[in-house]
Design a protein around this ligand. Sequence first.
Ligand code: HEM
Length: 187
Amino acid sequence: MTMNHRLFSFIADQDGPWAITSQTTWVGEPLPVAGGLHLVAGAAPAEGRPWVLRGITSHERYVEREEKQALVARQQGLGRPASTCAALIPIRKSAAWWALTQDERRQVFEAQSHHIGIGMNYLPAIARRLHHCRDLSENEPFDFLTWFEFDPALESDFDRMLAELRATPEWQYVDREIEIRLIRRGG
Ligand code: HEM
């Protein structure tokens, strides 16, 4: 079997390099509570685990050329030693979102909600990786797995960004969202 290098698994467990400090269900069905998390490249079996979520990194759908240049110039990668705080936020969007056309979605995402504009204000402090789930199978529990890493001193900035994004028209299409906050063990 060939390995898909864009596939990542988030494995809930009792231990793991990331300790789960809180798990808040904002909308929709909660996930079983877990103590820790492994983030691994590739697939992982779900047996005996509270839950395993999987997603693939993919090409960008909405970013325009100038935005891409600005993002690339500012963003930093995962795994920075000082980034001992993390958040995993699995998100599902409603049927109404998926019924929109691509240009209507871009309109809501950026023209109305300024998702990139808001997010850009928090770079390079927050590092992120977006994983897509919809194309893996017909019955994935979420559409996106969003992962963020940052210095603990910036936790209140991260909270403010979440509040700004959740107040946008884009979030009216979110019908399942769970915010899982973590700290790196031994870090
Ligand atoms: C660090 C700040 C952030 C930046 C710079 C940022 C940037 C972006 C960009 C550029 C995209 C579009 C990718 C594409 O073109 O396909 C995107 C998509 C997305 N972001 Fe963010 N983001 C940030 C924070 C967040 C946060 C905090 C959340 C969740 C609470 C989030 C959730 C999402 C989701 C779910 C998508 C996919 C939207 C869709 O395809 O419908 N982002 N983000």
